[in-house]
Write a protein that binds this ligand. Structure first.
Ligand SMILES: C[S@@+](CC[C@H](N)C(=O)[O-])C[C@H]1O[C@@H](n2cnc3c(N)ncnc32)[C@H](O)[C@@H]1O
Length: 305
C-alpha cells in the first residue's frame, strides 16, 4: 500500500529529538513495558510469604514506608499522538453519534462522491467510515500511527462487511492501515506519486507538530501535495496554537519540541500556497457548530491544479 511508509520499527518510549526524529512510539509496546513493570512490582509482593496484615496502604504504614511512595503511572504517556482511545465518545456528544463536522463536509458532497480518499490520523475510524458511506466515496484509506486504534477500525469494518449486501460499494470501499505519515527522511518524498483525489487531515496537525516539529509538519504538507492528483483537494482542520500549550507537559521531548516551534498555524495557508508546496488556492469550507469552543475549528480546502 503506497500510503503506508515502513516506519514501523520497534518503538521508543518517548520520541527522539527533532528534527532527526521520525520514529513513532507504538502504544501497544508501551503497554507491554507497563505490564512487565507491574509484574515486577507484584513479584516483590509475591515473594513475601506473610499475609498482608491489613490493607496494602495500612501495611506500608506498618512497615514505616510513606503510603504514597510508588511512582505514579502517567497515563498521558499513552496519548502522545492524540491517539485517544475514546476520542469519539468525547467529541461526539449527540445521541446519534453524529459528528458535527459531517454537516460542513456535506456542503460539498461532490468532493467525495466516486473519489479516492485518504484520511490521515483516522483514529478508530468512526468519521472515516461515516464519510465513505454518506458521500459514496470510491475508496477511502484511513491511516493512523496507533496500531491499536487501527485494529479497532479494522474490526469495525469487518463487522460491517459481515452485515453488508454482497456487491454493495460500502463498506468494501474502506480500509485502514497503520503507519506514521511523517517519513523518516525527506528524500523519500521523491518517490511519492499522485494517487488520491482528496486528503483529509482533521485535528492532526498539532500532534504531528508536537512530535515531529516544524520540519516534520512541513514535510507532511509537501507529502500531501505530492499524493494528490491534479485538481485534488486537501481538507485541513488545524488546531489553534493555544491548544498546543496544554499538551506540552505530556513529555520532556514534547516540551522541547513545543519550545522549538516557530511555524504557527496562522502561517499554514501561506506555506501551503507557497512554491515550496504548491497549492493553487484556499477556501474556508466552514466552521462546525460544536458546543465546545475548542472543537469549533475552521475546515479549509486547498486545491492543487
Ligand atoms: C485528535 S485525533 C483526530 C482523529 C480524526 N482525524 C478526527 O478528526 O476525528 C488525532 C489522530 O492522529 C493520529 N496521528 C497523530 N500523529 C500521526 C502521524 N504522524 N501519522 C499518522 N497518524 C497520526 C493519532 O493517533 C490520532 O488518532
Amino acid at each position: 500500500m503506497d500510503v503506508e511508509n515502513n516506519n514501523t520499527q520497534p518503538p521508543a518510549i518517548a520520541p527522539e529529538k527533532c528534527p532527526e526524529k521520525r520514529k513513532a512510539t507504538d502504544t501497544s509496546d508501551d503497554k507491554i513495558v507497563e505490564i512487565k513493570r507491574l509484574k515486577e512490582d507484584r513479584s516483590d509482593v509475591d515473594s513475601d510469604p506473610r499475609p498482608p496484615p491489613q490493607s496494602p496502604k495500612m501495611r506500608l504504614q506498618l512497615e514505616g514506608k510513606p503510603p504514597n511512595n510508588k511512582p505514579k503511572h502517567n497515563k498521558d504517556l499513552h496519548f502522545l499522538y492524540g491517539n485517544y482511545k475514546h476520542y469519539y465518545g468525547k467529541r461526539i456528544l449527540d445521541k446519534d453519534f453524529h459528528d458535527i463536522r459531517l454537516d460542513v463536509l456535506a456542503t460539498q458532497p461532490q468532493l467525495f462522491r466516486d473519489k479516492q480518499l485518504l484520511d490521515i490520523g483516522c483514529n478508530s475510524g468512526h468519521l472515516s467510515i461515516e464519510i465513505a458511506k454518506k458521500f459514496n466515496a470510491k475508496s477511502l484509506v484511513g491511516l493512523d500511527i496507533d496500531r491499536g486504534l487501527v485494529k479497532d477500525a479494522q474490526t469495525t469494518i469487518s463487522s460491517l462487511k459481515r452485515l453488508a449486501t454482497p456487491g454493495s460499494r460500502f463498506p468494501y470501499n474502506v480500509k485502514f492501515v497503520h503507519g506514521n505519515y511523517v517519513l523518516d527522511d525527506d528524500v523519500l518524498l521523491e518517490i511519492e506519486r499522485p494517487q488520491f483525489d482528496v486528503i483529509l487531515c482533521l485535528s492532526v496537525t498539532k500532534w504531528i507538530h508536537l512530535n515531529f516539529c516544524d520540519a516534520g509538519l512541513k514535510q507532511a504538507f509537501r507529502r500531501m501535495f505530492l499524493q494528490l492528483r491534479p485538481g485534488g483537494k486537501l481538507i485541513l482542520e488545524p488546531q489553534s496554537f493555544d491548544g498546543y500549550k496544554r499538551r506540552k507537559k505530556l513529555s520532556e521531548s514534547i516540551r522541547e519540541n513545543y519550545n522549538s516551534i516557530v511555524f504557527r498555524p496562522e502561517q499554514f495557508p501561506e506555506y501551503l500556497l507557497s512554491p515550496e508546496v504548491g497549492f493553487a488556492s484556499m477556501e474556508l469550507m466552514g466552521i462546525p457548530e460544536h458546543c465546545k469552543t475548542g472543537f469549533k475549528r475552521p475546515i479549509q480546502i486547498f486545491t492543487k491544479v
